[in-house]
Each structure stands twice: as C-alpha cells, then as structure tokens.
Design a protein around this ligand. Structure first.
Ligand code: NAD
Length: 500
C-alpha cells in the first residue's frame, strides 16, 4: 500500500494584489466593455478546494444578461471596430495581451492555485502556456488570406476568409486561464467578438483576464465574460439564435446537450470532450521512462486532465516491475496545500468531484481490482484530497476502465498479445489520446495507425503544443483546436465572382 506524504499546511503569504482582488465586492460580468451586475443580482461562491473556504462571490449570468451580452458583441462586430481592424493592429493588441498577462503572472498563478487547487508549479506553467498561446496567435492576423481560383475566363473568382461573428467558448475549470485563452487567442486574431463562459468551479482567473483584455485596448464588447452555472449561462449561450459558433470543452454528456441546443440556429459547434486514454507499454520499452511518464500522465493536475492516460496496458513480462514503479511514484507524491512549494499534488476541484472519484475507487475494489497504492476513500478534510491510486489485477471491462474518473486513479492491465492490447486500448467510447512505449520504431509506427485517438504519443505522454492540432474521435468530440485548425473554426469562407 502506498504511503503518500501529506505536506504540512505552511502559511503562504499571498501577494497584496491577490488579497486586494479577493477582498473587493462580488465579481461582475463584463458586457459591452463595462463591468456590470447581473440583472438578477445573483452570485455564487468561489471556493478554495484546499481549505473549503470562500474566496469571493461571483456574478451568476442569467438569460437576460446573455441577451445583453450577445447584442453588445454583435453591435461591435457589425461596427467593424475589431472585425475589420487592420490586421497589424490586431496583432499588436494580441502581443499587448500576452505582455500584460506575463507582467501579471505571479498574481494569476496565485488565483489559479486558490480557485482550482493545482500546484503553484503547475499554475505558473499554465500562465506561461497562456502567454505563448497569445503570442502564437498574434502572428496569425496578417496570415489569414483566401485564394484566387481558375474559374471561367469572363469572371474573376476569389475567396475571402472572414471572421465568423459572435463566437462563444464554454470551457471547464481544469485549466482556468488556458481553457478560455486557447479560444480567445484565435477568436480575437480572426476579428471576432468573443464571449467566454468559464467553469463556475474556478472563474476568478477569467475575471482577471477580462480586466487585462480591457487594459490591452480591445474595443468595448469584443471580449465578454459571462460567469455562471452551466445549466443557466452555458445553456442560454448554446441555444442563443444570434451566436454564430460555440467551442465547447467539457464532458461528453454536456457536449451532447450543447450540440442539441445548437440545432435551432444551426451554429457551428466544436466539441472537445472526455477521454479514457490508454498507454501501451511493450516488453521492450524503456521502463523507467514509461513509469515516469505514466505517473505524469495520471497524476498531473490530480488526474483532472481530459487526455490523462488512465489505463495502462502492460506486457506481462514487465507488468510486475511496472506496477512496482507506479506504486513508488505514488509514494513519492506529496499531497497537500497547493501553495506550498513542496506539494506535488493538490486537492480535487469540489466535494462532488471528490465523492465521484471515491465512488469509482470503491467500484474498482468491489469489482475485484487491487489498489496497490492509495485506495483510501476516507474524507480527510478540510480540502477535497484523494490520494493517488494504482489499481492492479484489473481488466478492461471494469467500470474503472470504461468510465472517465477525472482523478488520480490508474488502472493497470496486463497483456500477452499486442493485437488484443490494441483492441482493448480502443475499447471504450472515447478516442482522445493514446501513448505507446517501445524501442522498436517500426512497431510504434504500426501501432500509431491502429489506435483510434486524436493524438498519439510515442515514448512521451501529455505533450501538447499550441501549434499542434488537438481533438478527439468517437465520443471525445469532433473538430480540432490549436494551430491553424482554430483559425478555421473562427473564420468563414466567402466565395466571390466578379464579372469582367
Ligand atoms: P462539464 O461538461 O460539466 O462542464 C464544462 C462547461 O460546460 C462548464 O463551463 C459548465 O458550466 C458548462 N455546462 C454545464 N452544463 C451545461 C449546459 N447544459 N449547457 C451549456 N454549458 C453547460 O465538465 P467539467 O466537469 O467542468 O469538466 C470536466 C470534463 O471536461 C471532463 O469530461 C474532461 O475530460 C473534459 N475536458 C475535455 C478537454 C478536451 O480538450 N477534450 C479539456 C478539458 C476538459
């Protein structure tokens, strides 16, 4: 049984900026360039998952706020202030956004840790990724162009690549700043009016992002922030007739609802959904590397990662050694207060999520898997902590192998026959990512083709880059984000014929 260390609750001194941010009045909505209270006056609590304390109160946007926000976003879009702005000017504004975020990095990282529970190291890395993302998309406005086509001799035929219009992103809480920024960057680069609906479990970094967007000089209404519950704010946005596109990141279940809601006005919808990604460890793999990466693949952000590698299929010849290595990795985790620099794993996001993950751990034990590390479902509050758990003696039919747990729980399954392992690896409703560990590059390339996943890693795990497309197959969604694929989502193609 693993003996994960619990780090002590050392007092961490928050920066003045963060204390000031949290001590103010309830956070408001950003509509038409102004911070406004929601029409209903309703707010909800932002909770620190490591202490269960209230951090701040945040506005709950209702249907009438959504109407006002979409109308303001449409007005500025039609005005051309941003949608037809000089591309060089758009680039400069995106660079300015990146610079402001970079200058505010320490404060933003604190907000992310407090609101989400990831470690300081992870939060700092997230902010850096956000900066890189805006800088990457700052390069795009001057490179979005159509083409001329060899149509008949009496016409001149060309295409224009235009902004899509009023674009919504509904995102979860697991990357509180990156989730929305990954959409905002390309949406703004293309000249759209952009509306962000962050996950209600961690919206504070998005509030700060809204402040920085105004400071960067975006025309009022180009960036809108609507905080609130998904079933209220998210649902109203998904079905709004004057919204042109929705980029949804979240669970498969809610993704289906968003798609259904979009049908009324036939919005363009992009779905980035859940996963149950396999890692295949072949008998000839560099085992130390496979273990190190598999620990990262399931323990990063407490396993609350869409592409977490949560099922390991390991060749029987190295199975025991792999399990022992994973138990050692779980033992080395320092679970505790995420503002403590020594902590390597913080709490889960909410009590509901903690109970859900613990429910899966109980199901795993009930169905006959053996928890070789963790497995403890006692509530050791305050804080929604769950120790990293490694299940051995598992098979792919178990609940813990089929359903997305979204917690630090790995299922390790032995295999003898590689064909069978590929079949089992593909054997869930999901198809987001997969990883392969082998020193035989020919075998790796053959496996890459066989795995039904949007991303396949060979001898690495969780590698993502803003320049590389990311997305799922099967019920992990459709569409790709990042890279030029996001530019395609946020633009519309117009075909023009001019008679000579
Ligand atoms: P969720 O689906 O519950 O919520 C995601 C977002 O949708 C939130 O902003 C939420 O408020 C909103 N929402 C909820 N109900 C809604 C409704 N009826 N209409 C419109 N919007 C609604 O997901 P979650 O629990 O917050 O996040 C975890 C899930 O997100 C996991 O399944 C994870 O795999 C997935 N995820 C996927 C990716 C990816 O890129 N594929 C990335 C991160 C997370």
């Amino acid at each position: 049984m693993a003996n994960t260390t619990q780090t002590a609750d050392k007092s961490y001194v928050l920066s003045d900026k963060t204390r000031q941010f949290l001590s103010g009045p309830p956070k408001r909505l950003l509509i038409g360039g102004n911070w406004v209270e929601p029409a209903s006056g309703e707010t909800f609590r932002a909770v620190n998952p490591a202490t269960e304390e209230t951090l701040a109160y945040v506005a709950q946007a209702g249907a009438s706020d959504v109407d006002a926000a979409v109308a303001a976003a449409r007005r500025v879009f039609d005005s051309g202030a941003w949608s037809r702005a000089n591309p060089h000017a758009r680039s400069r504004t995106l660079v300015r956004i990146a610079e402001l975020i970079e200058a505010d990095a320490a404060h933003l990282a604190e907000l992310i840790v407090l609101d989400n529970g990831k470690t300081l190291r992870e939060a700092r890395k997230e902010v850096q990724n956000v900066v890189d993302s805006y800088l990457y998309y700052a390069g795009w406005p001057t490179k979005i162009y159509g083409e001329t086509n060899p149509s008949s001799d009496d016409v001149f035929n060309y295409t224009l690549v235009e902004p899509a219009g009023v674009c919504v992103a509904i995102v979860p809480w697991n990357a509180p700043l990156l989730g929305g920024s990954m959409e905002a960057g390309p949406a703004l680069a293309c000249g759209n009016s952009f509306i962000l609906k962050p996950g209600e479990q961690a919206s504070l970094a998005s509030v700060r992002l809204g402040e920085l967007m105004l400071e960067a000089g975006l025309p009022p209404g180009v960036f809108t922030l609507l905080t609130g519950e998904g079933s209220v704010t998210g649902a109203a946005l998904a079905e709004h007739p004057d919204v042109d596109t929705v980029a949804f990141t979240g669970s498969t279940e809610v993704g289906k609802r968003v798609l259904a809601a979009s049908v009324g006005s036939l919005k363009r919808v992009h779905l980035e959904l859940g996963g149950k990604s396999p890692v295949l460890v072949l008998g000839d793999a560099d085992l130390d590397l496979a273990i190190r990466d598999s620990a990262k693949g399931i323990f990063a952000l407490q396993g609350q990662v869409c592409c977490a590698t949560s099922r390991a299929f390991v060749h029987r010849s190295v199975y025991d050694e792999f399990v022992a290595g994973m138990v050692e990795a779980a033992d080395a985790v320092r679970l505790g207060q995420p503002l403590d620099e020594e902590t390597t794993m913080g709490p889960l996001i909410t009590g509901v999520q903690r109970d859900r993950v613990c429910g899966y751990i109980e199901a795993g034990k009930r169905e006959g898997a053996v928890a070789r590390a963790g497995g403890d479902t006692a509530k050791n509050g305050p804080g929604y902590f769950v120790p990293p758990t490694i299940f051995a003696d598992a098979h792919n039919g178990m609940t813990i192998s089929q359903e997305e747990i979204f917690g630090p729980v790995l299922t390790v399954i032995p295999f003898d026959d590689l064909e069978d392992a590929v079949g089992q690896g593909n054997g869930t409703i999901y198809g987001l990512a997969a990883a392969v560990y082998t020193q035989d590059i020919s075998r790796a390339n053959a496996l890459v083709k066989r795995l039904r996943a949007g991303t396949v890693w060979v001898n690495n795990t969780l590698t993502l880059d803003m320049i590389a497309p990311f997305g799922g197959t099967k019920q992990s969604g459709f569409g790709r984000k990042r890279g030029k694929q996001s530019i395609e989502h946020y633009t519309s193609l117009k075909t023009v014929f001019v008679r000579f």
